[in-house]
Design a protein around this ligand. Sequence first.
Ligand code: DX5
Ligand code: ZN
Length: 219
Amino acid sequence: MDSVKIAPSILAADFARLGEEVAAICAAGCDYVHIDVMDGHFVPNITLGAPLVAAIAPHASAPLDVHLMISPVDNHIEDFAKAGAAIISFHPEASLHPHRTAAAIREFGCKVGLVLNPATPLNVLDYMWDMIDLVLIMSVNPGFGGQSFLTSQCRKIEAVREYISRHNLAIDIEVDGGINPATAKLARDAGANILVAGTAVFKGANGGDYAANIASLKT
Ligand code: DX5
Ligand code: ZN
């Protein structure tokens, strides 16, 4: 498998300097810019909306990977697509009709990610494989940065990787939450090919050297 890709979560960035922070992680070689959208309803926290995504888009040279933690999700897809999202990921629990939501994301020209919470079983994927480009496996409960990686999710990563390999599908496996150099290895070994990291990139062991923090998650 190619080297793992890194998607820094801007949730851990300095919000007062967001444009500069986004430009800095892109210059440091990130593969995606991960944007956590929270509504204070589906998850306890409130973060940012589509106007802010549109404002940072010109500062990003890597694709915008938008993780929607909002319910109901359907009414907001167009706004995030027009704001510049390349990937839009949603939680099946946030949609009455996940198949319809995935189709809507594709209609707006974005890649589709389906997000599995720690307690969400794999069978939500059963009739969705042809509708998605990415499975986003949460290794923390969604809502906050800086939580600890749930090792119980490695078994889920392995199961998704096994299915994708067996059926020869071009679907990415992204893992989100509590990624640091040690847990990055667990996720990579289990079969993840994209890692989201907020704290480990913006407040990592190498301080403001974002390139070194990103490199520490790849090897
Ligand atoms: C949690 C978010 C994550 C989180 C990652 O709901 O989806 O992207 O910000 O932050 P760290 O890497 O600090 O766990
Ligand atoms: Zn996220």
